[in-house]
Write a protein that binds this ligand. Structure first.
Ligand code: NIG
Ligand code: FE
Length: 405
């Protein structure tokens, strides 16, 4: 028997569609996990006879799609609070990385954690995101840096999806830094992950996309391209940590490979913005990493906007540059630090975040056929989502058509 239709009425709908249309006295019909109809309540289709709606009067509340955090490294063990203290005293992130700390410090903690320990360390961070109305999260590997430890991270991400009401997309980021087993042999490392680890983990169904830290302290453009070629040969989409600390030219190469997204982009140029726009590659901005690293170089927002690039924002939740589990704080920082408008920030955690994960056909807007994942907010205006700092105005989260407890 078909699942019952549910009517969600008397709401202000922030559809987050291409024109960011708002429907003041809106209603939605859902069936099972999908949206069947969205529109003005006045145009609501009549209930089919014998199939009465289950009705939910939302009392005029604002409603958005479920939020999407499209760039996280939330599966990790340990912290790097000691490094943060060093950075407060003036040591740079790059210096700490070059002296064997940074990503390698977290790698040691992750290698030493059992699957259970890794799950238990990561689950509270995921729960914190979900409490704010996040219903889809991307999680990267990249702290294991051996085949079994990368597998352990990716399996932990899949286990979190089984345990919590969330859609998780996994990204393979073994090309995060060169591990000690390959010191001085970055090319050999890239060959190993491209030719051995990637096919092995992909055949286990653990990889949804492939990422690389293309940076002076990461991998070169040529190395990144070899990895991308291997990913694309397996029909896996690619993305890149690009132009975060310097401009290496990764964005130009990534857009030639039709990357889903280029992320960070503090040192991107107007030419990079144009390349992103023409490739349909999403620019994912990570304002919390910018804040925590106290950089003074901002992404070229005006050029990105002028080029018509799709802009997303994400928490970057990780133990080094962004010990953060709040997408609402990300919106605040995206607006205040980078100068995004409230509307751009909202599009950045809904429609454009979905695009950054290749999910635009399924999630990120309120439209017929999309997943019935949405959030009802205790706000008087939708700008409040990026306005509060440390206050959570989430009222109710509906996931796959069901109200979460
Ligand atoms: O997105 N830039 C590389 N990756 C992360 C930081 C990882 C870490 O410091 O542990 C980022 O900022
Ligand atoms: Fe990152």
């Amino acid at each position: 028997m078909a699942e019952a239709l549910k009517l969600w009425r008397n709401a202000q709908l922030a559809t987050c569609d291409d024109s960011m249309r708002v429907i003041e006295r809106g209603a939605m019909l859902t069936r099972g996990g999908r949206i069947e109809w969205v529109g003005a309540e006045a145009n609501l289709p009549a209930a089919p006879s014998g199939d009465p709606y289950e009705q939910h009067d939302l009392g005029g509340a604002w409603l958005t799609p479920g939020l999407i955090d499209c760039h996280t490294h939330l599966v990790f063990a340990g912290t790097r609070a000691g490094e943060y203290a060093q950075r407060l005293r003036g040591r740079s992130y790059a210096e700490i990385a070059r002296s064997g700390g940074g990503i390698l410090a977290t790698m040691r903690a992750v290698r030493g954690a059992s699957p259970q320990e890794l799950f238990e360390a990561s689950a509270p961070r995921l729960q914190a995101l979900l409490a704010e109305g996040v219903t889809t999260v991307e999680i990267k590997s990249g702290y294991g840096l051996t085949l079994p430890d990368e597998a352990k991270m990716l399996r932990t991400a899949r286990a979190l999806e089984q345990a919590y009401p969330v859609t998780i997309k996994t990204t393979f980021l073994a090309a995060h830094t060169v591990p000690p087993e390959f010191t001085g042999r970055a090319d050999a490392y890239i060959d190993t992950i491209a030719k051995e680890w990637l096919p092995a983990l992909h055949s286990e169904g653990l990889i949804d996309a492939v990422d690389v830290f293309c940076e002076s302290i990461g991998f070169s453009v040529a190395q990144s391209e070899r990895l991308f070629d291997a990913a694309i040969a397996l029909k896996l989409p690619v993305k890149m940590h690009a132009e975060q600390l310097t401009n290496l030219g990764g964005t130009q190469m990534a857009t030639r490979h039709r990357a889903l997204s280029c992320d960070h982009l503090e040192y991107a140029t107007a030419a990079d913005a144009a390349a992103l726009a023409s490739a349909g590659t999403v620019a994912v901005l990570l304002p919390i990493a910018f804040y925590c690293l106290a950089d003074d170089h901002k992404p070229p927002i005006a050029a990105l906007r002028a080029a018509g690039t799709s802009l997303a924002i994400a928490s970057d939740c990780n133990p080094g540059s962004a010990p953060a589990t709040s997408l609402l704080l990300t919106m605040s920082m995206g607006t205040r630090l980078f100068g995004l408008t409230s509307e751009e920030a909202l599009a950045g955690v809904t429609r454009n975040a979905a695009r950054a994960l290749g999910l635009q056909g399924e999630r990120g807007t309120l439209a017929t056929g999309q997943a019935a994942d949405f959030v009802i907010w205790n706000v008087g205006s939708i700008e409040e989502l990026g306005y509060w700092i440390g206050f959570n105005p989430r009222r109710t989260v509906v996931r796959a058509g069901r109200i979460l407890p």
